[in-house]
Design a binder for this molecule. Structure first.
Ligand SMILES: Cc1cc2nc3c(=O)[nH]c(=O)nc-3n(C[C@H](O)[C@H](O)[C@H](O)COP(=O)(O)OP(=O)(O)OC[C@H]3O[C@@H](n4cnc5c(N)ncnc54)[C@H](O)[C@@H]3O)c2cc1C
Length: 388
């Protein structure tokens, strides 16, 4: 069904991404993970093929893609065992494309589309994670600029970013309604980036604190003013959640394929273990879970591309895909027996990498809160056909 909805052009795009991921990513990702450092060659490759500008309109040098294209990219790259810089592609490029004025778009998007400039999204703070509205970063309007102070943490790709999309309060005591969104150039005096965090997985991407001390942000770098800032970013978060889900689905798919192959080859009790019904049922359950998540994310992405605000659908897809992928990859390790615990077989890396996705972009519980809110407060049906 999904392939029918995607059509020929997107089938070609999927083939292109798959060939790229299998030939240019898969053979190297094991080493990148071991080196625990940002691979410049990775960014060069995905920039050269144009993926950094996937969501940038063509007139600004991008591919002019939609959310469904991001989902295809995420699925195929995830399957190959690599992540994509989602915050650059979605939270930063898309935010500027959607909310920027002409001057901002011309100034930032071409370089971001080509990968010359990498964007990083700064929302979370040490004391304001899920409860973003309690953030304390503050930007005070002065004569022609905002004076920005604050500290952000868990910021993906901050170490290599040239452009930060920063959420900060411009009006105190107004909760989320006091939050504005800024485009901040990395080379502005007063910005420092903390050490690379040591993480469980996703070793190919950095994560750092970003500290703003009396940073003078030009007034023309205001992207979305208070009142709309937080709300608009939460809408952008729906794209981020779909991209996040697609990576999880891809990683689950990659681990599952490895498990199928292993079970067909591994002989115990004089036959391939794939001939044992207990093994077959596990593989069948894995396939069901992956396909169910896939249907949820394409449902959300297709609706978003038609202009619907998909807060509920994106949260459903993310919550399901995050938990599904952890479960599936865990099963893939189990089916490999002791070999699954060894890095040579790579499924353990999929497990380490996939686990973090249920935190970034809003945790599982926050997704459940959002789904319940949409059902109870807005009267949106959770499941009734024709009602959403
Ligand atoms: C891999 C990764 C990448 C990230 N990238 C970025 C990035 O690029 N930019 C950025 O700004 N941030 C980023 N983050 C931060 C991420 O958005 C936060 O980790 C997330 O919002 C949760 O905040 P917290 O970690 O402070 O947890 P907390 O909010 O302190 O939550 C702790 C626990 O309490 C639960 N909880 C909190 N409130 C509720 C509630 N109301 N009901 C039920 N349960 C609740 C949470 O679900 C969680 O289980 C990233 C995080 C990770 C792990």
């Amino acid at each position: 069904m999904i392939e029918t909805l995607l059509g020929d052009e997107r089938a070609m795009f999927r083939d292109t991404v798959r060939r790229f991921a299998e030939s240019q990513m898969m053979p190297f990702v094991k080493d990148w993970d071991k080196q625990r450092k940002y691979p410049a060659e990775y960014y060069k490759k995905i920039s050269d093929i144009g993926f950094m500008g996937l969501m940038v309109p063509e007139e600004y040098g991008g591919m002019g893609g939609h959310l469904v294209d991001v989902v295809i990219l995420g699925e195929e790259m995830g399957r190959a065992g690599v992540s994509i810089p989602l915050t650059h592609i979605s939270a930063c490029c898309r935010a500027i494309a959607q909310h920027g004025n002409e001057e901002q778009k011309k100034r930032y998007l071409p370089d971001m589309a080509s990968g010359k400039k990498i964007g990083s999204y700064c929302q979370t703070e040490p004391n304001a994670g899920s409860d973003s509205a309690s953030m304390t970063s503050f930007a005070e309007m002065k004569n022609g600029y905002y004076l920005l102070n604050g500290r952000k943490n868990f910021i993906s790709n901050a170490a290599i970013a040239s452009v930060f999309i920063v959420l900060a309060k411009t009006e105190k005591d107004k909760g989320s309604k006091g939050i504005s969104v800024f485009i901040v150039d990395r080379d502005t005096p007063g910005i420092s980036v903390g050490k690379d965090e040591e993480k469980m997985g996703r070793h190919c991407s950095s994560m750092n604190d970003v500290i703003f001390e009396d940073v003078k942000v030009p007034a023309e770098n205001l992207l979305v003013p208070a009142g709309r800032g937080f709300k608009e970013m939460m809408v952008e978060f729906n794209s981020e959640r779909c991209g996040n889900s697609s990576l999880c689905i891809g990683m689950a798919q990659g681990a599952y394929e490895r498990a199928v192959k292993f079970c067909q080859q591994r002989v115990q009790f004089r036959k391939p273990i794939a001939e044992f019904q207990g093994i077959q049922w596990t593989l069948a359950e894995m396939a069901i879970q992956i396909q169910a998540a896939r249907l949820l994310v394409y449902d959300a992405a297709f609706k978003a591309d038609r202009g619907k605000v998909v807060a509920k659908e994106a949260a459903m897809a993310k919550k399901f895909a995050n938990e599904m992928s952890t479960w599936v990859v865990d099963k893939a390790i189990q089916l490999h027996g002791g070999y699954g615990y060894m890095s040579e077989y790579e499924v353990e890396r999929y497990y380490r990498d996939v686990r973090g996705w249920s935190m970034g972009g809003g945790t599982t519980q926050i997704c459940l809160n959002r789904i319940a809110y949409e059902i109870l407060k807005t009267g949106q049906s959770a499941t009734q056909p024709g009602k959403d």
